[in-house]
Design a protein around this ligand. Structure first.
Ligand SMILES: CC(C)(COP(=O)(O)OP(=O)(O)OC[C@H]1O[C@@H](n2cnc3c(N)ncnc32)[C@H](O)[C@@H]1OP(=O)(O)O)[C@@H](O)C(=O)NCCC(=O)NCCS
Length: 188
């Protein structure tokens, strides 16, 4: 017997996912323009530019999202920070931010793709923790939790518990307690 035919053939629209890759030299102007558009100012793009070429810049830690049409639509930066764990002891840690997606390309999963790529990179490099300050409603979906509850104080004591967050990675150890600092380029 012939299989029944479907009277309403369905069309399947492929969801085009952006490619996530490391920043290349030619991406610099587009990254700057993207953050200007995403944040509506020059502070965040200025931070990325100020960090580039410093020891706080992580090789491969500046990730861009490229749409199938070749357009750079998102960017996230990982940078080196310091956790002061005692009077004279410090541990290097990674900080996440800024992250931005072009306003007319938001809510399509690009931010999530960048976040997952950043977390994967930190995990691959056996980093113990990533810290960030940001929207309390966005980052918990990636596992970030209030950092003070983990014993990690923010650079600015005025930052609220809900906005100052951290993600423990597999290499995390319980002695990672103290006060975190961003690279000088952040100005905090
Ligand atoms: C935050 C940002 C990077 C997310 O990028 P995106 O590609 O839109 O993110 P995704 O598509 O992966 O996720 C969309 C989800 O994030 C939520 N979201 C986006 N911005 C948010 C915000 N400021 N606060 C809380 N949730 C936010 C959306 O509501 C949406 O939620 P839903 O899945 O429940 O509908 C993007 O909105 C952006 O560039 N914003 C401007 C710059 C900025 O604020 N950067 C972060 C600073 S902490």
């Amino acid at each position: 017997m012939a299989p029944p035919t479907d009277p309403t053939p369905r069309t399947h629209q492929a969801i085009a996912r952006p490619i996530i890759r490391s920043e290349q030299p030619g991406d610099v102007p587009a990254i700057r323009a993207l953050h200007e558009a995403a944040f509506g100012g020059t502070v965040e793009p200025g931070i990325v530019d100020a960090l580039r070429g410093t020891p706080d810049w992580i090789e491969g830690g500046s990730l861009v999202a490229i749409d199938p049409d070749g357009m750079l639509v998102g960017h996230v930066l990982l940078s080196r920070g310091i956790l002061t764990t005692g009077d004279t002891t410090t541990r290097p840690i990674w900080m996440l931010g800024p992250i931005g997606v072009l306003p007319d390309r938001q809510r399509r999963g690009t931010g999530a793709a960048l976040m997952h790529a950043a977390i994967d990179l930190a995990t691959e490099r056996a980093e113990p923790v990533i810290c960030l300050v940001g929207h309390a409603d966005y980052y918990p979906r990636f596992g970030f939790q209030p950092a003070r509850a983990m014993g990690i104080e923010p650079p600015d004591p005025g930052w609220s518990n809900e906005h100052w967050m951290a993600l423990r990675l597999p290499a995390w150890t319980p002695d990672l307690r103290g006060t975190a600092r961003y690279a000088p380029a952040f100005g905090v």
